[in-house]
Design a protein around this ligand. Structure first.
Ligand code: CDP
Length: 790
């Protein structure tokens, strides 16, 4: 497949191109309906008591005073849940996590007890009256010390567990990689930390659980990115059949992976509704979200790269120590405990690659979620793009020149990497050249040279990434045994209006618009006449949900194919209406006509009326115009992109300013360029946050130092430049409309571009690497020759 450079950004690759978002009138006018907007008659409120310690034994829990507090309806402890066998729940990584602690607390902020009261204030007040006696234990905070022989054992709840080892994983060919390294002219290695960060969605997590004792049905409105998968887990835990559980994700204020796991708060709310017979609402506050829900990254990596003297990259080798917190709460396909980290070979044609990873437990919140990336790809891309820059530095080569020399060539696709990933399509060089053109790369280098002579600190950073998005296929990928495939249903009403039902769930990405556009493109019904239904297990087909940019690659394909199925049926009905054979019909968006006679035509609306109307239909055709499918992707899709960042550093304060940022993305066929740009802008902003500001740090006792937005800094309009975006189009050969995912590309590709730019600016100080977040104090340390603190 060859990339094309469209002449302008207004091309309309999928009909209706830049149409405005159908969902925006509701959001802009304050008519969105989020979980916390729900008010049900008799609804109670739940608040959770959390551990102040990172590691402590629970000696006793006295709830007497809390129970006596006005308006309190119930106070529940771990011991009470244990009596019902509900104190522990499965995580999405086949580990177990305490719903409420029984024996020990294992991280600061862990759930210890809950109160249900008539209002949220009484519930919160009563928490203060619960008396918990703790015996503090030594915590394990430094991931590098987690496997020390004398380290306290965190997971003594697991039978026979005598250390903090979580899992080992490896990929690639170790012997072959060692051989290539031994024979290489140049070997460069670098220790690199991707610190713990948090997705911090604007809306925190929460739910309303409503168990109806009469019909035995549980309804859970929750902030879930995967309502169907969550329903199955609730069915397994509670013993209720799935048809007696309805999970509804209403409007969601951002997910970014944070709303994929099942949190104790959801289970507590279900228990509370079962116990009280009333609807129960739980909504966490900002600090609870930051200290207890799914974190991301936390990889301590050693990257090594081998090359020839003239800049041919031969191999990459890496060793990773992964901090998984107190419970393995990673949300990743079962066979991929390290997610898709295997794409650390990047966009380069290598001879060999090898990765060895060890994951450990520490006394920190569980997680390891795919924060705006497809399962650890962000870490992989950061590693390879940093280490390639280190190599460029060692060889004295321009980092763009080094990349151009090593990018996989178009004729090599489909390209199988040395770790076994089959990149579906790509034409990388035009994408990088387009980024250079927009940035004016050569001119920037000239400007930098001049500024350096004046003692000014200007840096130019480049990154090139390939993502793997759209998990399945189901033969390789499942979460807790549920295959990664997604359903779609399309029903065309007699008047030609349509409803499409999806198994994926939008958290603000504009699905109500883009999925209507796909249907419109395939069958010619205007998007305004197409309703997109999602986020309600009673109303949508089964599927694994939205994360890892999988909606377009998987459900987008499902929607295109189900629409084609409906169109095939419409063709047969049209042949009856026009009294010609099916083979004599031609399709022009929205109608069939007799070949060679465009006047003799029927519109899709007329066909829909006929499908539901009086009179006979062609032999063997049932009435109605609808279809459903379950789409099992044959491969992931592999979007790519080239990013160039320009920074200036104040030599007096070490403050980094991102002056320019050019992002050229290739996500195959583009459905709605406006929405894509919005996704890219958001991801780039996230990248600035991670590169320069964000870290969930802990002190030696395990106190979380990022528990509020005063401490956990997220970027605003003030910290980001006007984004400059461009694109190339290399369709996916196996996706029905050639689309690849894009929602997370920018989060993946931007941190290395920014860090590369900062390191480039600091070259006069002899610096080759500094760890994120590059806050003024860290940059200052680097300028003084001090290493980044661990
Ligand atoms: O799974 P998620 O929705 O987060 O990510 P995605 O599939 O990459 O899609 C993000 C948004 O961009 C959706 O509204 C997509 O339909 C849209 N998109 C697009 O317009 N064209 C593409 N080639 C890919 C995504």
């Amino acid at each position: 497949m060859t990339a094309t450079l469209p002449e302008n950004n207004d091309q309309k690759p999928v009909g209706h191109g830049r149409m405005l978002r159908k969902e925006d009138p509701r959001f802009i006018r304050g008519r969105g309906r989020f979980v916390d907007d729900l008010q049900l008659p008799g609804m109670l409120h739940l608040a959770i008591l959390r551990s102040p310690f990172a590691h402590a034994r629970i000696l006793s829990v006295d709830t007497t005073a809390a129970e006596a507090y006005p308006k309190v309806k119930a106070v529940v402890t771990g011991a009470m849940l244990a009596e019902q066998n509900l104190a522990w729940m499965p995580t999405l990584s086949n580990d177990v996590q305490a719903v409420l602690a029984t024996d020990k607390v294992r991280f600061q902020g862990q759930e210890v007890a809950f109160v249900v009261a008539e209002d949220r204030y009484a519930a919160r007040d009563a928490l203060e009256l619960i008396d918990v006696e703790y015996e503090p234990l030594d915590p394990v905070i430094d991931v590098r010390k987690a496997l020390d022989p004398n380290a306290p054992v965190i997971r003594d709840d697991l039978d026979g567990k005598a250390d903090n080892h979580c899992f080992d994983w490896e990929t690639g060919d170790e012997a072959e990689t060692d051989r290539v390294f031994d024979e290489a002219d140049v070997v460069v290695s670098q220790d690199i930390v991707y610190p713990r960060v948090h997705p911090a969605p604007m809306e925190t997590c929460g739910c309303v659980a409503d168990y109806d004792r009469i019909d035995g049905k549980l309804t859970l409105w929750s902030t879930s990115q995967a309502p169907h998968a969550h329903r199955t887990v609730y069915a397994l835990v509670s013993g209720l059949p799935e048809h007696k559980i309805r999970v509804v994700s209403p409007d969601i204020g951002g997910g970014f992976g944070n709303k994929v796991p099942i949190y104790p708060g959801y289970v507590c709310s279900i228990v509370a509704s079962l116990v009280t017979g009333k609807p129960v609402k739980w909504m966490e506050d900002r600090s609870e979200n930051l200290i207890s829900t799914g974190f991301a990254r936390d990889y301590v990596m050693r990257g090594e790269i081998a090359a020839t003297q003239d800049g041919r990259i031969l191999a990459i080798r890496t060793n990773v120590l992964a901090d998984h917190g107190a419970f393995n709460g990673t949300a990743a396909p079962v066979k991929y405990p390290a997610g898709f980290f295997g794409v650390f070979t990047g966009s380069y044609d290598l001879e060999a690659a090898y990765c060895k990873m060890t994951a450990v437990y520490t006394n920190k919140a569980p997680g390891g979620v795919a924060y705006a990336c497809s399962f650890r790809i962000t870490e992989a891309v950061y590693l390879v793009e940093r280490i390639v820059d280190c190599l460029a530095d060692a060889l004295g080569m321009d980092p763009v020149e080094l990349r151009l020399r090593n990018l996989i060539r178009p004729e090599q696709f489909p390209y199988t990497t040395k770790t076994g990933w089959v990149y579906d399509s790509g034409d990388y060089e035009p994408t990088l050249r387009e980024a250079m053109r927009i940035a004016g790369y050569d001119e920037l280098r000239r400007e930098q040279k001049q500024k350096r002579e004046n003692g000014e600190l200007m840096g130019i950073g480049v990154s090139f990434f390939t993502e793997a998005v759209g998990a399945g296929p189901r033969k390789d990928m499942d979460i807790l045994g549920l295959g990664m495939a997604d359903g779609a249903e399309l029903r065309v009403h007699p008047t030609g209006k349509a409803v499409v039902r999806l198994s994926v769930q939008s958290q603000g990405q504009g699905h109500e618009t883009t999925f209507a556009q796909i249907v419109a493109e395939e069958i010619g019904i205007p998007p305004a006449d197409i309703e997109v239904v999602h986020g309600d297990t009673d109303q949508t087909p089964f599927g694994l949900g939205t994360y890892g940019s999988r909606s377009t690659p998987v459900s987008g394909a499902a929607v295109a194919l189900v629409t084609r199925k409906v169109r095939d049926k419409a063709r047969i009905i049209a042949s009856g209406m026009l009294e010609v054979s099916v083979a004599d019909l031609e399709w022009e968006k929205g109608s069939f006509h007799v070949a060679g006679d465009p006047e003799k035509a029927v519109t899709i609306q007329e066909i829909a009326m006929r499908a539901h109307g009086a009179g006979d239909l062609p032999e063997g055709i049932e009435g109605g115009l609808e279809a459903q499918i379950c789409y099992n992707p044959s491969n992931l899709t592999y979007p790519h992109g080239a990013y160039i960042c320009v920074v200036d550093i104040d030599p007096g304060t070490a403050q980094v300013k991102v002056r320019r940022f050019v992002a050229v993305d290739d996500c195959g066929t583009r459905i709605n360029p406006m929405i894509i740009e919005g996704q890219v802008h958001g991801g780039l902003t996230d990248g600035v946050g991670m590169a320069l500001m964000e870290i969930i740090a802990f002190d030696e006792e395990g106190n979380c130092l990022g528990g509020s937005l005063m401490d956990y800094l997220i970027p605003t309009a003030l910290e980001v430049p006007d984004w400059e975006t461009g694109f190339t189009v290399t369709p996916s050969p196996h996706h029905p409309i050639g689309a690849k995912g894009v929602g997370e590309s920018a989060t993946v590709g931007s941190p290395p571009a920014i860090v590369n730019a900062v390191v480039d600016a600091l070259k006069p100080f002899g610096i080759r690497h500094a760890d994120m977040p590059l806050t003024p104090s860290r940059v200052w340390d680097a300028m003084q020759g001090r290493p980044t603190p661990p």
